[in-house]
Design a protein around this ligand. Structure first.
Ligand SMILES: [Cu+2]
Length: 362
C-alpha cells in the first residue's frame, strides 16, 4: 500500500508534483521575456504599457516552490535515515507523508511574501503573510516526528547520522528565521538584507546540503561496495558545521544592522568589515571541509573498507536483500512487502522478502 513505501518516496512524489506544475511558470516567464526582447511585445516594460511587477509574480510563483524541490527530498532523507540510526520506528509515518504533500501545496500560496516591498496592493500583504506562516504547520509535523523518533532511541552516531542531526538543527534555525521575513511588519526592515541571506543558507543547508551529504555517506557503499572513511567524514562534519554556524549567524547579525544584499561594496563607516571578513573565512572553511569529502570519495573507491552485508542494519530492500555494490539488475527475484518499513526493534518482523516461487512452477 502507499503507506508502506519508503518515506523518502513520498517526499519525491510531492517534489514531482511541484516540478510538473510550478516549473512551467518559469518557462512561461522566460518565453514572455523572449517575446518582449525579440518581437517587441512589452509585457514587462512600463514605458510601453507593460507591468514589471508581473515578472516578479511569475518568477516567485515558481521560485518559492523551487526551494521545496530542493528541501522536500532532503527532509525525506532525514526521515528515512533517522529510524535506522535510532533503532526505532519513524514516529507518525502517515503524518510525515501527508506533511510533504502539505508543504508542496502551501508552497503555491505564498509567493507574495517576496514582494511586500515591491509595490503590490496593500490588501494583498496580510493574506500572503498568513499563508506563509501556514507553512510552519506541515513543517512542524516533521520536527515533532523527528524529535519523537529520537526520544528514548538507542542512537548510533556514524557519519551519515551526524549529518542527519546537523541537518535537523540547521533546518530548525532556517525555520525559526523564516517568520520574521514572512511577517509584513518585520520584513519591511529585513527585506533585501543579509538577514535573508543567512536565513536562506540555513534553509538550504539544513533542508538540502546536510541531508545530501548524509545520503552520500549512507549509500556510497551500496554504489561502490566500499565504505567512506569515517575519520575523513568526521573531519568534514566537524569542520563544516561550526564554520557554517559562524557564517550564517554573521550574515544575519549584519543583516539586522542594515547590510544590504546584492551589492558589490559597502560603506566601511557602517562597521561591517570585521564580520564580513569572518563570514568569508568561514565560507572558505566550508569549502575546505567539502574538499575532505572529495578526497574521501576518490580514495575510498579503491582503498575503502569493504562493505559486506547490511552494514547499517537497515530494513530497506536495497540493504537487507542485496549485496554491495548492487548487481546490474538489482533483484534477481521478485520481492514483496511483508511488513511495516520502519518497525525497528520489533523482533522477527521484516519489511521486505523475496517472493518464494513454488517448486517446478515456471
Ligand atoms: Cu518564498
Amino acid at each position: 500500500s502507499m503507506f508502506r513505501i519508503p518515506i523518502f518516496a513520498w517526499s519525491v512524489l510531492a517534489t514531482s508534483l511541484i516540478a510538473l506544475t510550478a516549473t512551467q511558470l518559469i518557462g512561461l516567464s522566460f518565453q514572455l521575456v523572449m517575446f518582449e526582447r525579440l518581437f517587441g511585445m512589452p509585457f514587462f516594460d512600463a514605458t510601453q504599457g507593460g507591468n514589471p511587477i508581473l515578472f516578479q509574480h511569475l518568477f516567485w510563483f515558481y521560485s518559492h516552490p523551487a526551494v521545496y524541490v530542493f528541501i522536500l527530498p532532503g527532509l525525506g532523507i532525514i526521515s528515512e535515515l533517522l529510524p535506522v540510526f535510532v533503532r526505532k520506528p519513524l514516529f507518525g509515518y502517515k503524518w510525515v507523508a501527508m506533511s510533504s504533500m502539505g508543504i508542496a501545496l502551501t508552497g503555491f500560496l505564498v509567493w507574495g511574501h517576496h514582494m511586500f516591498t515591491a509595490g503590490i496592493e496593500e490588501y494583498l500583504r496580510v493574506p500572503f503573510m498568513y499563508s506563509t506562516l501556514l507553512v510552519a504547520v506541515p513543517t512542524g509535523v516533521k520536527f515533532f516526528s523527528w524529535v519523537a523518533t529520537l526520544w528514548q532511541g538507542r542512537i548510533r552516531f556514524p557519519v551519515p547520522m551526524l549529518f542527519v542531526l546537523g541537518g535537523i538543527v540547521v533546518f530548525l534555525l532556517g525555520g525559526l528565521t523564516g517568520p520574521p521575513n514572512g511577517t509584513v511588519s518585520t520584513d519591511l526592515h529585513l527585506h533585501d538584507t543579509y538577514f535573508v541571506v543567512g536565513h536562506f543558507h540555513d534553509t538550504m543547508f539544513g533542508g538540502y546540503i546536510f541531508p545530501l551529504f548524509a545520503a552520500i555517506y549512507y549509500w556510497y557503499p551500496k554504489i561502490t561496495g566500499r565504505k567512506l572513511n569515517e575519520t575523513l567524514g568526521k573531519l568534514h562534519f566537524y569542520l563544516m558545521t561550526p564554520s557554517f554556524m559562524v557564517m550564517t549567524f554573521g550574515q544575519m547579525y549584519i543583516g539586522m544592522l542594515g547590510m544590504r544584499r546584492r551589492i558589490a561594496d559597502y560603506d566601511p563607516a557602517q562597521g561591517f568589515d570585521t564580520t564580513h571578513l569572518i563570514i568569508t573565512i568561514a565560507g572558505f572553511m566550508i569549502a575546505l571541509s567539502v574538499l575532505f569529502l572529495f578526497i574521501n570519495l576518490i580514495r575510498s573507491a579503491k582503498h575503502g573498507e569493504v562493505a559486506e552485508g547490511n552494514i547499517w542494519e537497515s530494513r530497506s530492500p536495497e540493504w537487507s536483500l542485496l549485496p554491495s555494490p548492487a548487481p546490474a539488475h538489482n533483484y534477481d527475484q521478485e520481492i514483496e512487502v511483508v511488513g511495516e518499513p520502519y518497525d525497528y526493534g520489533l523482533a522477527g518482523s521484516r519489511y521486505v522478502a523475496p517472493i518464494i516461487q513454488p517448486a517446478g512452477d515456471d
